[in-house]
Ligand binder design. Structure first.
Ligand SMILES: CN(C)C(=N)NCCC[C@H](N)C(=O)O
Length: 265
């Protein structure tokens, strides 16, 4: 995770960002700190990278790397405003002992558009990550990739429209939640086929970034407004944990965007 010390909304590269509206680095830092401490309270290890001045979106660490079984696929941003972030994260991986690091040739916004189910890498495209980056990820990470097409600009990254509730080594046992309207008809059919027991989100769940949740298979960290989705998750045996991410949402991000999940083994 990356503390939002230099958080701001100075430019608009997604429909949620409005540089004419006030955004506070101080409030973002308070909300981010609660999110980080929530993970720690739930028993997870959190490592941090230093933020860099002039990179207000660096708090969205999920966009800077996809790590499966200790293999790191870095990122290559579409927006020039974010390009420099990728190299800081690459250096972090080097300094923290990762040896298998590949920087992509294709536009690749990492976990913003990649979600690991335990056997498959679900991969979004349509707004940010280049579809050719999906084949590149399959080759570099050596895991099967399923391409999914996003069609609503408000849900410009896969992680605004879908998240994994529980990973499994048997594809049919992994569980996901997703917002069907964010996907093309063909991608919806793929998701129905692969995940017939998925939790389906509605427009209200999606609008508050409820699909930008982070689950450890039991606890599901969600924006505080995602009450409808939380109620459905509770019925399935999950434990919702609410966080306020209202300031970070002004930049188009939520809990998952702030969280790169490092899968070492
Ligand atoms: C949940 N999402 C979309 C993320 N994975 N990342 C947030 C990135 C926000 C940044 N202003 C941008 O537009 O790139």
């Amino acid at each position: 995770m990356c503390p939002p010390r230099f958080f701001a909304v100075d430019y608009a590269i997604n429909p949620w960002m409005d540089p004419t509206q006030p955004a506070s680095a101080e409030v973002a830092m308070e909300q981010w700190t609660v999110l980080r401490d929530t993970y720690r309270r739930l028993g997870h290890t959190v490592e941090e990278i230093d933020p860099e001045p002039g990179l207000p979106d660096m708090v969205f660490a999920a966009n800077s790397g996809t790590v499966v079984a200790g293999r790191v696929l870095g990122s290559r941003f579409r927006a020039p405003q974010r390009t420099a972030e990728a190299e800081y994260f690459r250096r972090w991986f080097v300094e923290h002992g990762y040896r298998d690091i590949t920087m992509p040739e294709k536009i690749n916004e990492a976990e913003g558009d990649f979600a690991w189910t335990g056997t498959l890498l679900l991969a979004g495209t349509g707004f940010r990550t280049d579809p050719a980056a999906h084949a590149e990820a399959q080759e570099v990470l050596g895991v099967p990739v399923i391409s999914l097409h996003l069609v609503d600009a408000r849900y410009y990254h896969l992680d605004t429209a879908l998240f994994v509730l529980s990973e499994a080594t048997d594809t049919r046992r992994a569980q996901i939640a997703y917002y069907p309207d964010a996907f093309s008809p063909g991608s919806r059919r793929v998701l129905e086929r692969l995940f017939p027991d998925a939790v389906l989100a509605d427009a209200a769940d999606a609008e508050c970034f409820g699909l930008n949740g982070v689950s450890d298979g039991r606890n599901v960290v969600l924006p505080v407004e995602a009450t409808g989705l939380a109620a459905r998750l509770e019925k399935q045996g999950y434990a919702p944990v609410f966080v306020d991410i209202s300031e970070l949402r002004k930049a188009g991000g939520g809990p998952k965007c702030c969280t790169m999940e490092i899968r070492k083994g």
